[in-house]
Design a binder for this molecule. Structure first.
Ligand SMILES: O=C(O)CCC(=O)C(=O)O
Length: 259
């Protein structure tokens, strides 16, 4: 595993690092089986709500859509690096995935970054990309514009696609990248799917893309480890009335150490 020093210098200089071979083949198989079921569920809502066109191959909010996604968070060996990146506590901002289909493209194929406001050296958000298939140039390995986490303006497409590196790795590898980094999914020129899970993390004071504690229910906290409560956002909830607000520190919805 990467040393913390190498992680820090890679993130600072390049804006991204890769951890090869983090997940086992057996676990990847279960993640892929759950991803297929989750896709059917997400797709039916995308179609029902009239947003089918640009969302093909995308899944969102996998919390609660399969046991293996929970297990991914419970067993994740990279929390220490992520805490180092933020310099303290952090939470899950979103838990989605991309099924890059042969010849297909999603909104993730456009050059983009996942934080709307460029935050420069202020670290507000981090992307994770969990490879569920081998990522190759042919099947659309993600383009990562190395060093562009320091660049507020979007690069022109030709400059971006000429100069970017590719996130090439075996299934089970994990990439972490600064959310200021410009990136895009590549084109899948093979006959097979190229799948990944794409969690994002933020400092705890930033709104989650979906309110996971409310999705799971506040009572669900009793089933969770301290670490999972932290990551899912149970320590940084927003009180909705005076009774929830006036509480001793240990019972507060927004705990004192969520800076
Ligand atoms: O699927 C990919 O290669 C890119 C994923 C992506 O753009 C994202 O996670 O924001």
């Amino acid at each position: 595993m990467l040393s913390i020093n190498d992680f820090n210098s890679g993130m600072k200089r390049d804006g991204w690092v890769i951890f090869p071979g983090v997940l086992s083949a057996e676990f990847i198989e279960r993640l892929n089986a759950d991803l297929a079921k989750a896709y059917d569920i997400c797709r039916s809502v995308q179609v029902k709500n009239g947003i089918a066109e640009n969302t093909d191959g995308s899944v969102h909010h996998l919390v609660g859509l399969g046991d293996s996604f929970f297990e991914l968070l419970e067993k994740m060996p990279l929390w220490g690096y992520i805490k180092e990146y933020f310099g303290g506590n952090f939470i899950l901002n979103s838990l989605g995935g991309i099924i890059n289909m042969p010849g297909g493209s999603t909104y993730a194929s456009n050059v983009h970054r996942d934080i709307r406001t460029f935050s420069g050296n202020l670290r507000l958000m981090l992307n994770m990309l969990v490879m569920l298939d081998d990522f190759t140039e042919e099947n659309g390995a993600t383009y990562l514009c190395t060093g562009s986490h320091l660049q507020p303006e979007k690069p022109a497409n030709d400059e971006f696609f000429t100069n970017s590196d590719r996130a090439i790795g075996k299934a089970g590898s994990i990439v972490l990248f600064d959310s200021n980094l410009w990136h895009a999914a590549g084109e899948n020129r093979t006959k097979n799917l190229r799948r990944c899970i794409t969690p994002t993390f933020t400092r705890p004071f930033i709104k989650q893309q979906c309110d996971y504690p409310r999705l799971l229910g506040y009572d669900y906290a009793s089933k969770l480890s301290e670490e999972m409560k932290q990551i899912l956002g149970y320590n940084s909830r927003v009180p909705a009335n005076l009774d929830e607000w006036y509480q001793p520190p240990e019972k507060r919805m927004y705990k004192p150490n969520q800076v």
